[in-house]
Design a protein around this ligand. Structure first.
Ligand code: NAP
Length: 355
């Protein structure tokens, strides 16, 4: 017997269907994409059997939606972050909110590193040059980027990107001072993804400093990660990665003043949410050359990416691809369905829920 329908807004990544629903008690029906809140209300009301919605993070589910739809039992977000949903309103209305943590952690941490490495080593600029037909062959000073992993350098007078970094000194056979220099990675937000990003830094022999609402003493002991205030992470780091959830408390964590604390050689990566940073202030910091570069997967008003940001050369932009691997998207689809279906079937809940 049909117990209810779930409205799926946009695509899922198959295969997922049979293994998730398992029987014919719950039917998935589709809309091609996200809807305005008023359209979502109208669509759900058009069919009293719709008891659940599976949606991507671009779907706003505000208090008006939740207050208007007493038939709804579950919103299942195909994302770990739930900043598009009014959680307090969901609680008030007794609507379950599901999300897809953990199955996207590795993919998103990998993308953070892809952005960091690609940005530091000017991979996108290099790709453009290689395709342009203008490349004239290997050149000594072409597209020089920044070191990421531990590296060796000689004591050379003048400009040196290694100044103020952690270093150990030794001498080579000619008696010249050789310095082994370590970059510092600053992770802001040491949740599942932040931890996975920090763990990956071990292979690059980087020093890891972090800031998080909750201090992680066990991880500090296990990996020699150093806890610092947010301002100190910004001051100390050569690379800063933002991996925080977006909440009213974390919105604009990175202000103009905080950007000014960063080293002028520092590089900023954001895979959390765009509004964690004051985007206008970031653009100004990049335009003025205060930051050496940035690599962004997320933006304050997606899908809008400001023209001034797109015009900057030392900025790598990806279109919110954090979890975009086949494996992660399949697992997210499966989990989103599993959670929504289990609410409507009743009995023991399966899946992952915020409330
Ligand atoms: P998670 O394990 O739940 O970690 C959430 C992080 O945000 C933790 O560091 C947590 O600190 C912090 N946080 C939450 N609420 C806070 C508050 N009110 N004040 C200060 N800090 C707060 O989630 P995750 O899997 O690591 O994902 C983190 C975020 O990455 C997601 O929320 C999402 O926005 C983003 N993300 C982006 C992509 C992408 O495609 N670019 C993909 C996946 C996720 P505590 O440890 O103290 O709780």
């Amino acid at each position: 017997m049909l117990k209810g329908k779930i409205l799926v807004l946009g695509e899922l990544t198959p295969p997922y269907h049979k293994s998730s629903t398992g029987d014919d008690t719950v039917l998935l029906i589709r809309e091609p994409g996200v809807l305005k809140p008023s359209q979502l209300i109208t669509r759900v009301k058009s069919d009293p059997l719709i008891k659940g919605v599976i949606c991507p993070l671009g779907q706003e589910v505000n208090s008006r939606v939740l207050g208007s739809l007493s038939q709804l039992r579950v919103i299942s977000n195909i994302a770990v972050g739930v900043n598009n949903i009014d959680i307090e309103a969901a609680k008030r209305q007794g609507v379950r909110v599901a999300h897809t943590p953990e199955v996207l952690t590795a993919a998103t941490a990998d993308l953070a590193w892809a952005l960091l490495l690609g940005g530091a080593r000017r991979l996108v600029e290099g790709d453009h040059l290689a395709r342009s037909g203008q490349w004239g062959g290997w050149e000594m000073n072409q597209l020089l980027g920044q070191s990421v992993g531990r590296y060796l350098s000689y004591d050379i007078e003048g400009e040196d990107e290694s100044k103020s970094k952690d270093e150990s000194k030794s001498e080579d056979e000619s008696g010249q001072g050789v310095r082994s220099i370590q970059n510092t990675l600053g992770v802001i937000g040491l949740g599942e993804i932040g931890k996975a990003i920090a763990r990956r830094a071990q292979g690059f022999e980087m020093r890891v400093v972090y800031h998080n609402r909750t201090r992680k003493n066990k991880l500090e002991r296990e990996y020699a990660w150093e806890y610092m205030s947010l301002d100190d992470v910004l001051r100390e780091s050569d690379y800063v990665v933002l991996a925080l959830a977006l909440t009213p408390e974390t919105r604009h964590s990175i202000t103009r003043e905080r950007l000014s604390l960063m080293k002028s050689s520092a590089f900023l990566v954001n895979i959390g949410r765009g509004a964690l940073i004051d985007e206008e202030a970031l653009i100004e910091a990049l335009e003025s050359g205060h930051l050496s570069g940035a690599a962004l997967d997320v933006y304050e008003r997606e899908p809008l990416i400001p023209d001034r940001l797109r015009a900057l050369e030392r900025v790598t932009l990806s279109p919110h691809l954090g979890s975009a691997t086949v494996a992660a998207r399949r697992a997210m689809s499966h989990l989103a369905i599993e959670s929504a279906v289990s609410v409507i079937q009743g009995g023991r809940l399966r899946g992952r829920f915020v409330v």
